[in-house]
Design a protein around this ligand. Structure first.
Ligand code: MG
Ligand code: ZN
Length: 355
């Protein structure tokens, strides 16, 4: 009898603990700890081979230290192989759509995004990217257009939205007067020397459409932009939603340029480290790191442990259908363990924000 009592008591105690638990979420004490802030970091085209290669060549990544991991099924509504637009629409709206869709469903009707929900709930919101703010991945968080090619219309969807901060490229697509009328402090150039008392910021890397690659001299832009964004958005005590994209891992893949892929992945990991450091110090921030899809079917065929070199090959110049990893750190991170469709990421963020 005595032998049986202890497991029984434990079983009852655990059952009581889980009665309060919704959506299968883990219980901390007697209730789920939810984050105030969510930072969603998307490495465009960053599959497991890209991460493996970058980690090996760099002698480790901050990603390697995270303990909560899952896998994402990236397919879109109309194609086994997604593009970045459908991939980001799944993350931003929780719906699989067709390739090319910007924040709209299969019927081309607008879907509310997690960033728009955050705005409605008076959270601060921000977008950081190493391409144009109108490019597919960032666009899907604020714009609603039938095609990713409509950069001007996508930029037009930015105005009046209340987004607190945007850092990236695409200046020629935007109307500076409209941004000023919206209350943005606009800065262009290599330094983040904006006024600290402004309410909304739009920071352009330069006057051109896209940012240079790391090899072309972008420097620590992504790291500094991520730090600046977290510091600025954190002034809102209700919380914030920030999307950070490492855009050019994908471009290296399309170019079948291994060094480009590896350098951009290592660069993205520096921003990831900054986000994790912020989350560790803050305690109320969830950091989610994933990709929209893998690019180029990168294979790591041979390597030298001594020289830290890899012989690689690319299966395609396009995207591949392999699952991509998702990592999470902070309150609610346990929800991102396991294998899931890309749409689940939105579901979990919405649940954790309490929207
Ligand atoms: Mg992208
Ligand atoms: Zn791509």
């Amino acid at each position: 009898m005595k032998f049986l009592k202890k497991p029984l008591a434990l079983f009852i105690a655990f059952s009581l603990l889980f009665i309060n638990c919704k959506s299968g979420a883990k219980v901390v004490g007697d209730k789920l700890k939810k984050p105030l802030n969510i930072i969603l970091m998307i490495g465009d085209g960053m599959g497991l081979a890209q991460i493996s290669a970058a980690s090996f060549i760099n002698g480790g990544l901050s990603l390697d230290l995270l303990t909560t991991l899952g896998l994402i099924n990236t397919s879109s509504a109309n194609n086994y192989i997604t593009d970045s637009a459908a991939g980001a629409t799944a993350y931003s709206t929780g719906q699989k759509s067709y390739n090319g869709a910007i924040g709209v469903g299969v019927d081309s009707v607008s879907l509310i995004t997690i960033l728009e929900m955050a705005e409605k709930n008076n959270l601060a919101t921000g977008i950081v990217t190493t391409c144009s703010i109108t490019h597919a991945t960032p666009a899907c968080f604020y714009a609603h257009q039938p095609s990713r090619t409509m950069d001007k219309a996508i930029a037009n969807d930015f105005y009046g939205k209340g987004i607190d901060l945007a850092i990236g490229g695409g200046k020629p697509y935007f109307d500076m007067e409209k941004l000023k009328a919206d209350g943005y402090t606009i800065a262009t150039g290599p330094n983040f020397n904006w006024q600290t008392n402004a309410s909304k910021y739009f920071y352009f890397y330069d006057d051109s459409l896209h940012l240079p690659s790391l090899a072309q001299g972008r420097g620590d832009f992504l790291l500094n932009a991520t730090k600046k964004a977290m510091g600025t958005l954190n002034n809102n005590k209700k919380g914030f939603f920030l999307m950070v994209e490492g855009s050019q891992i994908d471009w290296g893949g399309h170019d079948n340029n291994f060094d480009y892929v590896v350098q951009e992945t290592i660069d993205f990991d520096k921003a990831i480290k900054a986000a994790i450091d912020f989350a560790k110090a803050d305690g109320n921030t969830l950091v989610i790191i994933t990709a929209d899809h893998e690019t180029a079917g990168l294979a790591l065929n041979k390597g030298s442990l001594k020289n830290k070199t890899i012989e690689h090959s690319f299966a395609t110049g396009s995207h591949s259908g392999i699952m991509v990893p998702i990592y999470a750190f902070g309150p609610g991170s346990h929800l991102f363990a396991g294998t899931m469709h890309n749409t689940k990421v939105f579901d979990h963020m919405k649940f954790l924000f309490g929207f």
